[in-house]
Design a protein around this ligand. Structure first.
Ligand SMILES: CC(C)(COP(=O)(O)OP(=O)(O)OC[C@H]1O[C@@H](n2cnc3c(N)ncnc32)[C@H](O)[C@@H]1OP(=O)(O)O)[C@@H](O)C(=O)NCCC(=O)NCCS
Length: 347
């Protein structure tokens, strides 16, 4: 029978070897590069070390549940929550109930247990264990060039035809619009962002606390990707931000709008940030901008700015333990703020 307890520094080599077996050498190498940042430098990591549980058989590591601790605002109350990630069971020990025990161990220890962008196996296990399914997190795309609508699965002739017939529409939605407000790029989130969160965090029915310490860790100190951050200021006070990066994909260049925040009622502020991102994406020669947004108010403004919904594969499960929430809480997610920047989705 396996024994489950917390991760110890001397487990590192065995955990890395197991990761390589379960996820393959490329993912293992990427994980090695991120590990210290992801599990030790997170400002919410508890004093007794990374939030990782290990399943052992004697001295052999046969499974892991690793989590990212965050503070979350749930209906106006702040609680300790954790995103589940990098969960694995040794191939020869899968489907014998070990995952079940690991998931429950994590859930018992945290105020809310959250999962985003799940593999088929873990999504099924979450559902089997009765976690509320609140996703997928909607995905929206804004076309900027006639290559925006290309799909790798279509033959080139079809792609060319689609580009040709949709060009007038793409030109219309991609046109430049004026900025209202002071936007500038920053290399550090200062206390103004914590004040912004203190002012508006309670407006979301669910959102991870986006204070300066979290934001600097999540978007400035990342070893594996480099983000650009645009800050919106009004009357010398921070009113919002957008985090984005440009990437090359098989059928063109994309700007990923990874995270954004304003007061949900500050429509002018959000539109200004979106227009800034449009300009940056165009300057980077992107064919489209892609984002994930759960909040209905933000999505409405995204649609108004030329984004349109596409199929999302970013599944989302959430279970709140620390405060009492009704079944309705999980059914009406219009005021939940979840983006590609949450959990470890953008890797
Ligand atoms: C996900 C994982 C940790 C589950 O651990 P486990 O010990 O196999 O899980 P359990 O035996 O407790 O639970 C089994 C249940 O999980 C789901 N499940 C596990 N593996 C599955 C698979 N390959 N396909 C479909 N469902 C699967 C099913 O709901 C299954 O129930 P069933 O056997 O009655 O159909 C394990 O399968 C694993 O390491 N997978 C590879 C890595 C991975 O996908 N990690 C998740 C990243 S988000």
């Amino acid at each position: 029978m396996a024994e489950i307890d917390r991760y110890r520094p001397e487990d590192r080599r065995q955990v890395e070897a197991l990761y390589r077996r379960v996820f393959g050498p490329d993912a293992a190498e990427a994980n090695r590069l991120r590990w210290d940042w992801q599990y030790r430098r997170n400002p919410n990591v508890p004093a007794d070390g990374p939030l990782i549980w290990i399943a052992r058989e004697g001295s052999t590591v046969i499974g892991q549940y690793a989590a990212m601790p965050v503070r979350a605002s749930v209906s106006g109350q702040e609680i300790a929550a954790a995103w589940g990630m990098d969960v694995m069971v040794a191939p020869e020990r899968q489907r014998q109930g070990l995952g079940d025990v690991l998931f429950r161990t994590w859930d018992r220890a945290v105020g809310a247990s959250l999962g985003l962008g799940l593999s088929d196996a873990s999504f099924r296990l979450f559902k089997k264990l009765g976690w509320p399914v609140v996703g997928p997190v909607p995905c929206l795309v804004k076309p900027l060039s006639r290559r925006a609508l290309r799909r790798p699965s279509w033959p080139m002739a079809v792609n060319r035809f689609v580009s040709y017939v949709t060009l007038p529409w793409v030109r219309l939605v991609a046109r430049t619009r004026p900025l209202h407000g002071e936007v500038s790029t920053i290399r550090q989130f200062d206390d103004g962002f914590t004040r912004l969160w203190t002012r508006i965090g309670g407006r979301f029915a669910f959102a991870v606390r986006r204070d300066a310490a979290y934001l600097n860790w999540k978007y400035i100190q990342t070893p594996h990707v480099r983000y650009t951050i645009a800050a919106l200021r009004r009357d010398n006070e921070v009113a919002g931000y957008a985090v984005y990066r440009h990437a090359q994909e098989p059928r063109g260049r994309v700007t990923l709008l990874v995270d954004l925040l304003t007061d949900p009622d500050d429509h002018a502020g959000l539109l200004t940030l979106l227009r800034w991102v449009d300009r940056e994406a165009r300057a980077a020669d992107s064919d489209k901008i892609r984002t994930f947004a759960m909040h209905e108010g933000f999505r409405k403004l995204l649609r108004k700015s030329g984004y349109y919904p596409v199929k999302s594969t970013m599944e989302f499960v959430a279970k709140v333990n620390a405060v009492k929430v009704g079944a309705d809480f999980y059914k009406s997610t219009d005021l939940w703020h979840v983006t590609l920047g949450d959990s470890d989705q953008d890797r």
